[in-house]
Design a binder for this molecule. Structure first.
Ligand code: NAP
Length: 243
């Protein structure tokens, strides 16, 4: 039976784990363990591998026959480490990435930026109250903004910058809920990463309805030469094709 290392931390990874097991593969799911939910979830490995060398060492010693990287589109370090470690060890690697919002009907109305520093500048220029939906880690890039609502899955006791309201909430989010948040907080500008998928897309429709400007951070580049799929069925087919 092929042992698959599934790099997770996303809703899609949990779905893939079930599908791989149902198709007869032995799945070892790993998460970084940054949130209580991840630490208390079903993953069998919690915490990192120790960079490229640590992952390569794990692949050599744990009898891993394939790696499926289903980390978040913005977890670029893990994705890069997986590409390097698999190249070093010859273990086949598949990238699973949900479809981004480039194809969203409103995408051409948004301001697309390359990183969080650029997003912070664009948000400051736009003026008005800013809703940040970029997760917790990038927030320091926005510290010059003074009228901010930051929505995060978990706030971990860090001091709250002056003029900021922290809203702890975990998706999926509904259109009604997003309309209520944007209206109640009088949001003028929404900042988002191009995370893609349906679970957190309602904010984009709510922004259009209320005339809220959208600033979208582009995805980091994918490593060269790694095959990529966007559906569970294609991921199962790739594993089956390894023989
Ligand atoms: P990152 O910057 O790419 O990774 C930082 C380090 O965390 C990696 O070098 C690795 O440590 C460890 N790590 C990350 N994913 C791991 C996994 N699935 N299994 C084992 N170790 C992992 O990642 P991040 O942006 O901090 O995200 C951390 C996790 O949260 C990811 O698994 C991602 O899927 C999930 N997540 C991220 C976002 C986001 O917006 N970035 C959103 C939702 C969920 P070592 O070098 O020690 O191996």
């Amino acid at each position: 039976m092929v042992r698959v290392l599934l790099l997770g931390g996303t809703a899609e990874a949990r779905e893939l784990a079930g599908a791989f097991a149902a198709a007869g593969f032995e799945v070892v799911e790993s998460v970084a363990g940054r949130t209580r939910q991840a630490r208390g979830g079903s993953a069998s490995l919690v915490g990192g591998f120790g960079g490229v060398d640590g992952l390569a060492q794990y692949l050599r010693t744990a009898g891993v026959g394939a790696v499926v990287d289903a980390t978040h589109p913005f977890a670029a370090r893990m994705t890069g480490n997986a590409a390097q470690a698999c190249a070093l060890t010859g273990v086949p690697l598949l990238r699973f990435a949900r479809t981004g919002w480039r194809t969203h009907p409103d995408a051409s109305d948004w301001v697309w930026v390359g990183d969080h520093s650029q997003a912070a500048v664009a948000a400051g220029r736009a003026g008005g109250r800013v809703l940040l939906t970029v997760g917790r880690q990038p927030l320091p890039a926005y510290r010059e903004l003074t009228d901010v609502v930051a929505r995060v899955a978990e706030w971990q006791g860090d001091p709250v910058p002056q003029g900021w309201l922290i809203v702890e909430a975990r998706g999926p989010f509904t259109l009604a809920g997003e309309l209520a948040l944007l209206g109640r907080e009088q949001v003028a500008v929404l900042v988002s990463k191009d995370s893609g998928g349906a679970l957190t897309a309602a904010k984009l429709d709510a922004a259009r309805e209320l005339g809220v400007r959208v600033i979208m951070v582009r995805r980091p580049a994918a490593p060269d030469g790694v095959p990529e799929v966007g559906s569970t069925a294609d991921a199962v087919a790739w594993l089956a094709g390894l023989g």
